[in-house]
Design a binder for this molecule. Structure first.
Ligand code: FAD
Length: 476
């Protein structure tokens, strides 16, 4: 029997048929990343039904020395959840583990399995009048386990923080198959090293997250959403600072995009409409919320915007008058990535810099790209209030994507350098995966890399979990 057949035989003995995919054709959709950039084959795709099955899979794979690629919704933008070449691997997808194990309204917590999609987890909280304040355009597909493993950010991180701030407890299967039950629902617990933090953002390289206890918030009972049109990024920065000063925590989103992003969001098949009569250089989508009956955020946002008009900071603004209008404004921001896909894709980057360094960083990006590839289109958008900008470069309008491919390494260097020299980071939300590994080696210090490797080797000495992601592969 071949090594591959022996593995499949052991998996078949230990797991029910619904948990196993061995057919090549059935496995293929799991093997390519969301952007279609990376595709490598796996010996099997495993769909465990519960934590015990995950542990069994890990023990069998450890015995056969076959690596495991944990996979959630496979929406990673850095090819984190698909196999690497030249290594025996299986994909372990958590989509069948979608139980809401408990929801405690008094404690404001919910324990869910890792395969629940973010949208489903939010709906479960919403049904109890509670809020899981994580907003990603991928939320219909991405899973809570993937959100934890990537410490996802999104459009509400400005006010509520990234995924890490919503986690009180974690259950994970370790690389040797033991189950760690750290599902504590405590708002305070200082008893030694906070182990759950190791797993959050670790991109599946030291454990498979199977469940989590999440902290929920009370749902604000009123929102006000507006899109503001401005003539420059500098004006957008001024508007953000004024609104932040006025609302602080109640300013839950502040999303920036340009005329480039607006044009992409208006591309079919998206069915969006430009809310303004003419194009503007900059747009900011803001949302403010309120708890309690005495404050009307719509009226107060209208006042705040009137002040910005009076001071010549904004050129135009539209405040949503209904949930439908609110959704239509948000669609403009959320459909930018899809618009890039219809244009044949882009070289994508996800940088963060101190908020004060945003204008100079953007100026530098424009100047450097103009020298390297003047015809390219620069599409910068993102979470202004977090200093987090998605910096994407598209081929010239009507140009072929391979034109862009030739410049891609230089574009990457230029964008990463612009962030690093502003004391920023080359990956704010998307993580490292396979695509940013060389950048991690370049920009994190030797001591930081040594500490990361020490943790990896201590927990996963056989290098079984997600090899080739985050850290370079080191065998036994
Ligand atoms: C249209 C679009 C918009 C996006 N917007 C944002 C955004 O605003 N902010 C943001 O932060 N990200 C964003 N992303 C990126 C992506 O959606 C997030 O990183 C998301 O959290 C990934 O979840 P997932 O379930 O798809 O994980 P996957 O893509 O399946 O996996 C991501 C990584 O986590 C690991 N992993 C997955 N599940 C587990 C588990 N249970 N245990 C251990 N490791 C696991 C994988 O091995 C991989 O390394 C966006 C992506 C798309 C396509």
């Amino acid at each position: 029997m071949s090594a591959g057949d022996e593995l499949k035989s052991d998996l078949s003995k230990a797991l029910p048929a619904q948990s196993l995919i061995f057919e090549r054709e059935d496995a293929r959709p799991f093997e390519s990343d969301w952007r279609g950039l990376v595709s490598n084959s796996a010996e099997a795709v495993l769909l465990p039904a519960d934590t015990e099955e995950v542990a069994r899979i890990v023990r069998i794979c450890a015995h056969h020395r076959v690596a495991i690629v944990p996979q959630g919704g496979n929406t990673s933008l850095v090819a984190g959840a698909v196999p690497i070449p030249n290594r025996r691997q299986v994909i372990l997808n958590l989509r069948r583990m979608r139980t809401v194990r408990s929801l405690d309204r008094t404690n404001g917590t919910m324990t869910v399995e890792a395969g629940l999609t973010l949208a489903e987890a939010k709906a479960a909280a919403d049904a109890e009048g509670l809020l899981l304040p994580v907003g990603l355009a991928s939320e219909g597909s991405c899973q809570v386990g993937g959100n934890l493993a990537t410490n996802a950010g999104g459009v509400q991180a400005l006010s509520y923080g990234s995924m890490r701030s919503h986690v009180l407890g974690i259950e994970a299967v370790l690389p040797d198959g033991r189950i760690w039950n750290g599902l504590r629902a405590l708002h305070k617990d200082n008893t030694g090293i906070d182990l759950k933090q190791l797993f959050i953002g670790s991109e599946g390289i030291i454990g498979i997250i199977t469940a989590a206890t999440l902290r929920l918030h009370h749902k604000p009972n009123r929102f006000a959403t507006a899109i503001i049109a401005l003539d420059s990024l500098d004006a957008a920065m001024t508007a953000f600072l004024r609104l932040k000063a006025a609302y602080e925590h109640d300013l839950t989103s502040c999303e920036y995009f340009t005329s480039q992003g607006m044009a992409l969001a208006l591309k079919p098949p998206a069915q969006n409409r430009d809310p303004f009569g003419e194009s503007h250089d900059a747009y900011v989508l803001v949302e403010v919320t309120a708890q309690g009956a005495d404050r009307d955020p719509a009226a107060s946002l209208a006042d705040a915007l009137a002040g910005l008009f009076e001071d010549d900071i904004v050129q135009d603004a539209v405040v949503a008058q209904s949930d439908t209008q609110r959704a239509a404004l948000w669609a403009l921001r959320e459909d930018i990535s899809e618009g890039e896909r219809t244009e044949g894709g882009s070289v994508k980057h996800d940088i963060a810099v101190p908020i004060s360094a945003i204008p100079s960083t953007v100026r530098r990006l424009h100047a450097d790209l103009a020298k390297l590839f003047p015809e390219a289109r620069l599409n910068i958008f993102g979470h202004l209030g977090d200093g987090n900008l998605h910096v994407n470069v598209l081929p010239p309008a009507g140009g072929a994507p391979d034109q862009l491919a030739r410049f891609a390494p230089e574009i990457t260097k230029l964008i990463e350098q612009s962030a690093i020299s502003a004391e920023g980071t080359f990956s704010a939300e998307h993580g490292i995966g396979q695509l940013r590994l060389q950048s991690l080696l370049k920009y994190r210090t030797p001591l930081e890399l040594e500490l990361m490797l020490t943790i990896k080797k201590a927990l996963d000495p056989l290098w079984l979990l997600n090899p080739g992601k985050v850290l370079p592969v080191e065998e036994e």
